[in-house]
Unconditional design. Structure first.
Length: 74
């Protein structure tokens, strides 16, 4: 998580293209945790027959900025 945040902060402060690319690579290595954790939480919380719908809601909220994330709890 620290690597993820360091990459975000570094990219926001980068003044050159190579600096931006370097911090984006750092950010990419740290973002694996942020992508895998919600799916693992859904697997831990919901029963097997409920997981497909919940993962579908999560994927829909990630792919569309107009979809509200409150549908995950419905």
């Amino acid at each position: 998580m620290k690597q993820f945040l360091a990459g975000l902060i570094g990219a926001s402060q980068a003044k050159t293209y190579p600096a931006l690319m370097g911090t984006r690579v750092l950010h990419a290595f740290g973002s694996g945790v942020c992508e895998a954790l919600p799916v693992q939480l859904v697997n831990d919380i919901f029963f097997l027959h409920e997981r497909g719908k919940r993962i579908g809601y999560y994927t829909g909220t990630r792919s569309s900025p107009h979809t509200s994330s409150t549908r995950l709890t419905s």
